[in-house]
Design a protein around this ligand. Structure first.
Ligand code: PLP
Length: 398
């Protein structure tokens, strides 16, 4: 049975009706001469979302994990040293993926709830005078902990050390929703996926590639075949793909990019911030704490909430799902059981967010949490009322 409730997991996100319609298409010949008319604008319109004009964006029929693999295998060689930090499930999984490709991982452990440890990175880069480190990995938005890291600061650490390592950024739960500036931050590889900010089903790995990353492909020796970006880029330049693309997903992406452009990138970021801030006010009103340790780290796409001692966050998520038909995110890895997550990215309005907060409250009260029914909703309502005028276009208000 279909469930009409919105979902509050941080990916896949709610799929707007407009995108579902856009994906309802007949098969077409991806080798036909007019296929280029579909894909070329998609590639062009992706660039501003990534914040790049110097780079290019490639698409693989895969998920974000495939995007990690493509980024790594195309630009590095087995034995290369890679700097990374483990501060959540997604940064951990990227490290694991790199190890399986024979990369020599230098991993900094950071508390889950902290961001990328930029100072530790800066020291490691400054000490690496013979440039053994070939790449630096950074997770822009750690979806497991609701932590956004400062990618500009990571670039600054590379610049200060005058270090040539590639900067590889996981932007799966940020790109399309949060401000992302690939060129300005000097990001060489930026990984996204279709099922988060782009509001589509999973199935596309979307990877931004800088000219420097493109050049690194000529000497990198990690094995790759399906994910070989040189094949992909050559085919794309000729208006096609090296193998069969998912035409419905490409049609969906074309429409998704149109939606993001119509709303305006800054308005999209502002909307995510506003909705997230309302959720955070609700959490404060409940008397609960965020997993993210400081306001500078707060994510505007997902909020990870610590449950009180003695409560099981997994049971809370299960209860909300079975009793009210509303999915929230469970805690992953080191924070399993202690954290539940409210995803609020992609197609999300304050009214939708309020329904999620109301449901979370019902579930918590059902399970004996020491919170007052309505307290979080009231705090979010107050904030949304205060700020609603900013969300209404002048023409509609007149
Ligand atoms: C969702 C996500 C991924 C990748 O997940 P897939 O399931 O492979 O698409 C990677 N990193 C982050 C930060 C994510 O949120």
């Amino acid at each position: 049975m279909s469930n009409p409730n919105p979902i509050f997991i941080p990916g896949p996100t709610n799929i707007p009706e407009r995108l579902r319609r856009a994906m309802d298409v007949a098969s077409r010949d991806h080798r036909a001469p007019d296929f280029v008319d579909l894909i070329r604008p998609v590639f062009e319109n992706l660039k501003p979302v990534f914040g790049t004009s110097a780079g290019q964006v490639v698409l693989f029929p895969a998920t974000g994990t495939g995007g990690w693999e493509a980024a790594i295998t195309n630009t590095l060689s087995p034995g290369d040293t890679v700097l990374a930090a483990r501060h959540g499930m997604f940064s951990q999984r990227w490290i694991d993926l790199c190890r399986r490709h024979g990369l020599d991982m230098r991993v900094f452990e950071a508390p889950w709830g902290e961001g990328v440890p930029v100072e530790a990175f800066a020291k490691a880069l400054a000490a690496d005078t013979d440039h053994r480190i070939k790449a630096v990995l950074a997770t822009h938005n750690e979806t497991a902990t609701g932590v956004r890291s400062d990618i500009a600061a990571v670039r600054q650490a590379l610049t200060v050390a005058d270090h040539p390592a590639l900067l590889c950024v996981d932007g799966v739960s940020s790109i399309g929703s949060l401000d992302f500036r690939m060129d300005e931050w000097g990001v060489d590889l930026a990984v996204a996926g279709s099922q988060k900010g782009f509001m589509l089903p999973a199935g596309l790995a979307i990877v931004g590639v800088s000219p420097k990353a493109r050049a690194a492909m000529e000497t990198a020796t990690c094995p790759r075949a399906f994910f070989d970006m040189r094949d992909m880029m050559a085919a794309n330049a000729a208006g096609s793909f090296p193998y069969t693309p998912s035409v419905p997903l490409l049609c969906g992406l074309r429409e998704s990019l149109a939606m993001l452009a119509e709303e305006g990138r800054e308005a999209v970021h502002a909307r995510h911030h506003r909705i997230a801030e309302g959720v955070r006010r609700a959490v404060a009103a409940w008397g609960l704490s965020l997993c993210a340790r400081r306001p500078a780290l707060y994510s505007d796409t997902v909020t990870a909430i610590l449950v009180p001692d003695g409560y099981d966050a997994g049971a809370l998520v299960a209860h909300a799902y079975t009793r009210y038909g509303v999915p929230f995110g469970i805690g992953l890895g080191d924070v399993a059981g202690t954290v539940f997550r409210i995803g609020h990215l992609g197609q999300m309005t304050d009214v939708m967010a309020l329904s999620g907060l109301a449901t979370a409250e019902m579930a918590m009260v059902d399970l004996g949490y020491p919170i007052t029914l309505g307290s979080g909703v009231a705090a979010a309502q107050a904030y949304y009322r205060e700020t609603a005028a900013h969300a209404v276009p002048a023409a509609a208000a007149a």
